[in-house]
Design a protein around this ligand. Structure first.
Ligand code: SF4
Length: 202
């Protein structure tokens, strides 16, 4: 995939951008950039596919509510993640015009990617990219979120129908409770986007 358009749009909006052919190459790059600090992760199949928790954990303090140390709960890890220096997150939709969209159930990821860390890194496979904001928003709501609902086996209409689309449900188990749109990189923090020419995550 040609990342020129989205890379240029993101750079204009204040992001440092790096592109890679594979998740393995991207993981090696990220691993070489972060050392001797604390790193927290948002829930992300892309982060998981890149193996970042184990790689970075070899030489950093890592915090992820998808990997619970003995005696800790997911909520413990989400709270501890607030104090991490670096935060790494996937995206649910990335517009070629540069807007970054995420949907969250607990709110930890949308909060962390807007404020509280000194460095935020987004990792995104090519499948997350849509031509403009409206299509990226549609993608986040109708592709990413329903597939995540299926993965978590929640009792929602989207999961019951195989993740076909969003039904804007009122289910008690609804996973879509907060939406973040970064129109530009927020002030006071270093923001990077890692683009990978593979389909990764939902
Ligand atoms: S709002 Fe409800 S139906 Fe729509 S994707 Fe989220 S959980 Fe599924």
């Amino acid at each position: 995939m040609n990342f020129d358009k989205v890379s240029e749009a993101l750079r204009k909006k204040g992001y440092e951008v790096h592109t890679f052919a594979t998740a393995a190459e991207a993981a090696e790059f990220v691993d070489g950039q972060i050392d001797g600090t604390s790193v927290a992760f948002g829930g992300s199949k892309t982060v998981e596919a890149m193996g970042l928790y184990d790689r970075l954990g070899a030489h950093n303090r890592v915090l992820w509510h998808w990997r619970l140390p003995e005696g800790k709960t997911a909520d413990d890890l989400r709270r501890e993640a607030i104090g991490a220096d670096v935060y790494i997150s996937g995206v649910n939709g990335l517009a070629e015009t540069g807007e970054i969209i995420n949907i969250d159930g607990t709110g930890n990821r949308v909060a962390a990617t807007i404020y509280g860390h000194s460095r935020v890194i987004f990792v995104a496979g090519r499948n997350k990219i849509a031509p403009d904001y409206e299509k990226a928003y549609w993608r986040a709501r109708n592709i990413a979120a329903p597939k995540i609902a299926v993965r978590f086996h929640v009792k929602t209409p989207c999961a019951a129908n195989g993740g076909d689309r969003c039904y804007d449900c009122s289910s008690p188990e609804r996973i879509c409770r907060a939406l973040s749109v970064l129109w530009m990189a927020p002030k006071g923090c270093s923001y990077e986007v890692i683009l990978i020419d593979e389909d990764l995550g939902y």
